[in-house]
Design a protein around this ligand. Structure first.
Ligand code: ADP
Length: 185
């Protein structure tokens, strides 16, 4: 059995940055579905070919594909010390798929990153100058923020009902935010 901690929040909230640091410090596996999908795109796999235009447009990759990719990763990988899920689940269907495997991979906590829209847009545009990510553009950001509000934000309620939610103010220094999150591990 390995425990999962979910990092949930809008694009640009800093989930990836914090997940990397926390995973290293506490010896956890960092699983970023965004990174995995970008890897598929660069390797030109079938999944990558299917996902590329969706990623570029800021839309979600279909649930069944992402669920399969994620569950395989959990089963194959050595996540025995536990894992941080960065970018999954993003829809109710994805959250339900985690519920189905909760005997082996129970979700222990959901860290919710909170930041205002203007701040998020500013950050992603700044990141776009160096990230080389083809979805860090103004059009794609608008779509990603809409998708977050529509499909992903309802998950906060879903996990709130299970009393798993911890809210973090994601505006401030990276070190301060890291300290806040560390207290939860
Ligand atoms: P960000 O949080 O900045 O949007 P990510 O790297 O988490 O960046 O995700 C980038 C893109 O990858 C998303 O816009 C989406 O197209 C795809 N993606 C990542 N995770 C998922 C997921 N769980 N379900 C569907 N699509 C996903």
């Amino acid at each position: 059995m390995s425990d999962l901690v979910v990092f949930l929040g809008p694009p640009g909230a800093g989930k990836g940055t914090q997940a990397l640091r926390i995973a290293k410090k506490f010896n956890l596996t960092h699983i970023s579905t965004g990174d995995m999908l970008r890897d598929h795109v660069s390797r030109l796999t079938n999944l990558g070919k299917e996902a590329k235009s969706l990623l570029d447009e800021g839309k979600l990759v279909p649930d069944n594909l992402v669920i399969k990719m994620l569950t395989e990763k959990l089963r194959e990988g050595d996540s025995s010390r536990g894992a941080i899920l960065d970018g999954f689940p993003r829809t109710l269907k994805q959250a339900e798929s985690l519920d189905e495997i909760r005997d082996n991979f129970p979700v222990k906590k959901v860290i919710v990153f909170e930041a205002g829209k203007d701040e998020l847009i500013k950050r992603i545009l700044l990141r776009g100058k160096t990230s080389g990510r083809s979805d860090d553009t103004e059009d794609s950001i608008t779509v990603r923020l809409e998708v977050y509000e529509q499909d992903t934000e309802p998950l906060i309620d879903f996990y709130e009902q299970k009393a798993m939610v911890i809210r973090i103010n994601a505006v401030g220094g990276v070190d301060d935010i890291y300290k806040q999150i560390s207290k939860e591990f």
